[in-house]
Write a protein of this length. Structure first.
Length: 220
C-alpha cells in the first residue's frame, strides 16, 4: 500500500515532564512500500534564523553545536548542501558546491554570529531560487525562533514552492514561535527543540527522516 506521511513533531513540557507528540496524516494511493536506499543526489538547504531579537545567545550556541556535532553526521554529501542565514537581511548565502567537505561545514557554522531583525519571506524566496538538478528533490530545513504574522503570510507562496520541490521542514528554537503559527505554510514537518536529555537524538532522527533523497514509500 502506497502511503504518504506528513509528520508534525512538537514537544510539550507539563510539570517538568517533556513529551514528544507526533501527528501523522496519511493518504492511501495503492502500491507496496519498498526498502530505503538513499540516492547519490541528496540536496539539502539549511536556513538559520540568527536573529537576536528573541533567541538567547546560549540557545544559539547550543543549536550551533547540534549542527556541528549531530546534524553533520547525517549529511551524505556536503557539496550538495546550501546554507543561508538571516535576520533583518539575508546575512549569508552559501550555494550548493561551496562546501567541499565536512570541515568546511563545521568551520562555517562555528563562525556564525547573531544580529537583530527578521525577514522570513525574503529568505524563503532566495532559497527557492537556488538552482538544483531537475531530477532530484530538495530537502529544506528552516531553523526558526521568531514569529511575525505578516512575514508568515508573505512566506506562504514561497513555502508552497519549496515543499513541492521535496520537503519543507521547520525546527523551532526557543519560545518565540509555536508550531500552530507555522501551519499556514503547510510544512512537511515541524520539530520544537527543548534541549532535554533526548532532544539531540530526536532532532537528529527528525532530520534524517525528513530527507527527501529516498525512494518514495520506503520504510526507514
Amino acid at each position: 500500500m502506497n502511503v504518504i506521511f506528513k509528520n508534525i513533531f512538537f514537544l510539550l513540557s507539563i510539570s517538568y515532564v517533556t513529551q514528544l507528540y507526533k501527528i501523522q496524516l496519511t493518504e492511501e494511493k495503492g502500491e507496496s512500500v519498498i526498502p530505503c536506499n538513499r540516492t547519490n543526489l541528496c540536496y539539502i538547504s539549511i536556513v538559520f534564523d540568527i536573529s537576536s531579537d528573541i533567541l538567547s545567545n546560549e540557545l544559539f550556541v547550543d543549536m550551533k553545536n547540534i549542527l556541528k556535532n549531530n546534524i553533520s553526521t547525517e549529511i551524505p554529501n556536503f557539496t550538495q548542501v546550501s546554507f543561508t542565514t538571516f535576520s533583518r537581511d539575508i546575512n549569508t548565502i552559501l550555494n550548493f558546491g561551496n562546501f567541499k567537505n565536512k570541515d568546511d561545514f563545521l568551520e562555517f557554522v562555528e563562525s556564525l554570529k547573531q544580529s537583530p531583525g527578521f525577514i522570513l519571506s525574503n529568505v524563503l524566496n532566495t532559497v527557492n531560487n537556488l538552482a538544483t538538478p531537475s531530477t532530484t528533490k530538495l530537502s529544506t530545513f528552516v531553523i526558526i525562533s521568531n514569529y511575525d504574522k505578516e512575514e508568515i503570510a508573505n512566506s506562504i507562496v514561497y513555502a508552497n514552492k519549496l515543499r513541492q520541490k521535496g520537503s519543507l521542514n521547520f525546527v523551532i528554537l526557543g519560545r518565540g514561535i509555536k508550531p500552530v503559527q507555522l501551519l499556514s505554510l503547510e510544512p512537511s514537518s515541524i520539530y520544537a527543540i527543548n534541549f532535554d536529555n533526548n532532544d539531540t537524538k530526536q532532532l537528529t532522527a527528525f532530520f534524517y527522516n525528513s530527507l527527501s533523497c529516498f525512494p518514495e514509500n520506503c520504510i526507514r
